[in-house]
Design a protein around this ligand. Structure first.
Ligand code: SF4
Ligand code: SF4
Length: 433
């Protein structure tokens, strides 16, 4: 079947090339006790305790790995408070009152170039595990687990494609921290004794290209190059990126490492740089606040744990305040909606999109086939939807919904404005029963 290439309306111009505003000293910071990958947690501090920035104050426990919880400022632990997590659920957050002294934990220290040059893959894996490094493009997949592969790696792909509409956090990271990204690529290449790396961006990102064309002159013979890929969605999906950058087509469910490829997001690379160079966890990140429901969409650099509520006034408040709003954490295609702005920026929140709610009436399916033609993994979303409606479990399983990457294209392209992706998500749950 021929797949239709979908070009999504360019909403990135709402924030264009605006620099990231530093908002790194809020009065309170909030750190999630648990998350989807690590649902249990233990706290090592009690109310009233003083904590240092980057100090391990607790541990999250999951079925496959544990994750240290690091304080993202110095100050006093106040207690637990409920706020919305990026998964849309009310969650316990550890509330820290910032003392604005930014006292760093003693575990933070600078490694000399000689010390870094002596680090093995195992050393770096341990550092990344201790620093709780995860995929900052939204995946939250632990970086140390990627590093644990025993497959030989001959190509590092750095994903700067950021193909979802609206979001520009990675765009800013690429423009503002090119040297951190380049150094981190060198560290990863060292770990895997890998000679080749490609930084993948959309070909339309002329400003990023100009920066890296210049910076790469200083990294002659490093084996690192810029790779321009297509301007369509979901070009940033690892399967599409790998196909465009290397010509390799992964089989469904196949891991990139199976083909000698390690892929990491650009923001993750900046986190890796801080961990290897300074033994520092990710305590700050870039985030985009945008959408037609906000007065002045902006990019910010914030401490992890900042409340979205703090950023709204800095964007001039809500546009059309009398209208109901929709809040989406992450991109509009793959992000999760939350009921209010009472949500917290965790490490993996790339953006908040605030939209004015418009009522629309879902029309009956007209069997146009758009959802089928747009599906990047060649599913039949309309058939899956019909099987869900009739609760036909056998049919659902045959239609293979578990291959869905939740890219949202079936909903985006639906002529009848049906939330087709929601049906496919339900099918995934049913197929697992
Ligand atoms: S959300 Fe899933 S079913 Fe829909 S187009 Fe994307 S991959 Fe296909
Ligand atoms: S895109 Fe919408 S209207 Fe068209 S076949 Fe799919 S579900 Fe039906």
């Amino acid at each position: 079947m021929i797949q239709k290439t979908v070009h999504i309306k360019d909403t990135k111009k709402l924030v264009g090339s605006l620099p990231a505003i530093r908002y790194t000293e809020p009065k309170y910071l909030y750190l999630a006790m648990a998350n989807a990958r690590c649902p249990k947690a233990e706290l090592f501090i009690k109310e009233g305790d003083h904590v240092n920035s980057c100090q391990v104050i607790g541990m999250r426990y999951g079925p496959f790995f544990n994750q240290p919880i690091h304080a993202t400022c110095s100050g006093t632990y106040i207690g637990l408070e409920k706020h919305y997590h990026r998964n849309g659920k009310l969650t316990d957050f550890i509330k820290i009152e910032n003392d604005f002294k930014n006292t760093l934990d003693k575990s933070v220290h600078t490694r000399t170039p000689e010390e870094i040059a002596a680090l093995t893959k195992e050393d770096m894996t341990k550092i990344l595990e201790d620093c709780a490094s995860v995929g900052l493009g939204g995946s939250s997949f632990p970086t140390f687990v990627k590093f644990k592969t025993d497959k030989p790696i001959n190509m590092i792909l750095v994903n700067g494609i950021e193909c979802e509409p609206y979001i520009t956090a990675d765009h800013r990271i690429m423009l503002e921290y090119p040297y951190r990204i380049m150094e981190a690529i060198k560290y990863v290449m060292q770990a895997f004794n890998c000679k080749h790396a490609k930084i993948c961006i959309k070909s339309k990102y002329k400003d990023i290209k100009a920066v890296y064309d210049q910076v790469l002159k200083e990294y002659k013979d490093s084996g690192i190059e810029l790779c321009l890929v297509g301007n369509y969605y979901p070009q940033g999906w690892e399967v599409e990126m790998i196909k465009s950058a290397t010509g390799i087509q992964l089989k469904p469910g196949e891991l990139p490492t199976n083909r000698g490829i390690l892929n990491l997001n650009v923001s993750t690379m900046v986190g890796i740089y801080k961990s290897i160079k300074y033994n520092m966890p990710v305590i700050k990140r870039d985030i985009t606040v945008t959408g037609d429901g906000i007065m002045y969409p902006k990019n910010f650099r914030v401490r992890v744990g900042t409340s979205i509520k703090d950023l709204i006034p800095m964007c001039g408040g809500y546009k059309d305040p009398e209208k109901d709003k929709i809040f989406i954490l992450g991109g509009p295609m793959m992000g999760a909606s939350v009921p209010s702005d009472d949500c917290i920026i965790t490490k993996t929140v790339t953006s908040i999109i605030i939209l004015n709610k418009t009522d629309y009436v879902e029309q009956p399916c007209v069997r146009c086939g758009s959802c089928v033609l747009s599906c990047p993994v060649h599913l039949e979303p309309v058939q899956i939807m019909n099987a869900v409606k009739t609760l036909d479990k056998e049919r659902i399983k045959k239609l293979n919904p578990l291959r869905c990457i939740e890219c949202g294209l079936c909903t985006y392209t639906c002529t009848s404005k049906i939330q087709v992706t929601d049906y496919v998500r339900k099918a995934k749950v049913i197929a697992k029963l």
